[in-house]
Design a protein around this ligand. Sequence first.
Ligand code: NAD
Length: 475
Amino acid sequence: MARVTVIGGDGIGPEVVAAAVRLVDAAGGQVEWEWAEAGGAVFEKGVASGVPAETIASIISTGVVLKGPLGTPVGFGEKSANVTLRKLFETFANVRPVRELPGVPTPYSGRGIDLVVVRENVEDLYAGIEHMQTPDVAQCLKLISRLGCARIARTALELAVAEGRGRVAVATKSNIMKLTEGMLQREFLAAAQDYPQIETSHIIVDNAAHQLVKAPEQFEVIVTTNMNGDILSDLTSALVGGLGFAPSANLGTSAAIFEAVHGSAPKYAGRDVANPTALVFSAVLMLRHLGQFDAGRRLEQAVFATLADDVHTQDVKTRPPVGTSEFTDAVEARLGRTSLTPSRDYQRLVLPDITREEARTEPGSRQKVGVDVFIESTDDPARVGEKLEALTRGTVYSLKMVSNRGTVVWPATGAATGCVDHFRARFVVTDFSRWTQESILELLRAVAGTYRWMHVEKLETLDGEPSYTRAQGEN
Ligand code: NAD
C-alpha cells in the first residue's frame, strides 16, 4: 500500500478528485488516502499561505499528493497556494503529457500527437520577486540557476529514456535573454552529450508555439523554462481536446504532486458537469510514479475505451453529454477493457539528484569592471547624462551610458526613444589602481545627492567575459 495525501481543492476540485480516487481504487491501485485541505477554505480561515501545517506534515510523511485545483486570488493579496506547495517541496519539474484521444475530435485528429512538455517549476519569473521601482515602474526578477537548468534538462532526457521517446527539444528565448534563457539552452546541450541515443535540438520558444500549431506531431518532448512552459502546455492541451484532458505531475526529490492542468472552473462547481479526465489521467501518472504500472494501464485503457465509445462530458461537443458521475461510472464499467489506443510502455522515471556543489562553477578570474545604478527621474535623458557625468569627477568611475527600459538614451543616439521615470546609469571603472569596495558606496552617495536611486548591480567579468548584457544600442 502506498500512502497518498489527497486534496479536494476548490470549485470543481472535490468532484473530479472524488472521481479519480474512486477509479484508482476500482482499478486495483494500492493506495491508502490521507485527506488534507488547501486553497480557498484555508485562505478564508485566515491562513495566508492557503496551505495549513497539517497538510504540510501529511505531504512530508507521504511524499505523494493527488490534488484538485486551488483557486488563486488574482493580482493582489494572498500568494497562490499551488505555487507555495510547488516551492515548499521544491517540485522542480512539471511534466505535462498530451496525446490524441479516441473519440475526442479536434482539428488535429489523425495526426498522432503524443508529446510531453517538461516545464521548470520553481524558478524564473514565478519566484514572484517584484518591486515597484518607482510609483509608475514595476520590476519582476527573472532568476534562473545553473542547478535549476541542469536538473530540468536531465529530467527531460531521463523522461525520454523512461518513456521510450527519441527526441527532446529545448525551447528558450535565448536570442533575447542570453544569460537567463541561454543558460537552459547551454545546460541542456551539455547534458545531451550523455544521451547519445536521444536526438536533441534547440528551438526559439515563439517558433515552438508556431510549430506546435502547424505540425505538433514533430515533437516528442519539449523542455523549457517556467513561464514559457506555462503557456506552451496550455497550448498543447488545446491540441488534444482542451484543459479537461490535460494531466500534470510536479516532481521533486522529496515529493511529487499530481494535478490537472486546469483550474477550479468556478462556474461549473457543484453542478456535476466537469470533465474528470484530466484529474483521472493525473492519477494514472501517480500510479506510474508509485511503480503501480498495471493499475495505471488498466485505468488509462478504461478512459480510452470510454472516450472511444463517445461517452463525453459537456466540454466535448459530440453527443448529448453525461455528467461527471455518469462519466466516472462509465469508466469504472470499462475497467479491464483494452482499447484500440495502446498505452505506452513506461519505466520508472529516475529524477536527477544534482547537488548544489555539483552544479557550481568556479571561474578562474573575476574582475569588477563597473556598476549599474538605477534611478528615478523625470529629467530628459540629456540632462540625466549631464548631471550623472558631472558627479563622477574625482571618482574611479566614468559614465558609459544611460538607458531607459534597456535602450541607450545617453549619449544621444538620434532616435526618438520614449522615456519613463526609470533610468539605468552604467558606470565603468577607469582607475583600477584606486578601486575598492568603498568606491561603490562613494559613487552611490554622490548619485543620491542628485537622484533617488533604488537598485544597483555590480558589473563583473568572469574569465574575461562580461557577466552582463549590453543595452540596446550600446557599443
Ligand atoms: P480554469 O482552468 O478554471 O478554466 C478555464 C476554462 O476551462 C473555463 O471555461 C472552465 O470552465 C474550463 N474548464 C477547466 N477545467 C474544466 C473541466 N475539468 N471540465 C470542463 N471544463 C473545464 O482557469 P481559470 O478560469 O483561469 O481559473 C480559475 C481559478 O483556478 C483561478 O482562481 C486560478 O488561479 C485557479 N487555477 C488553479 C490551478 C491549479 O490549482 N493548478 C491552475 C490554473 C488555475
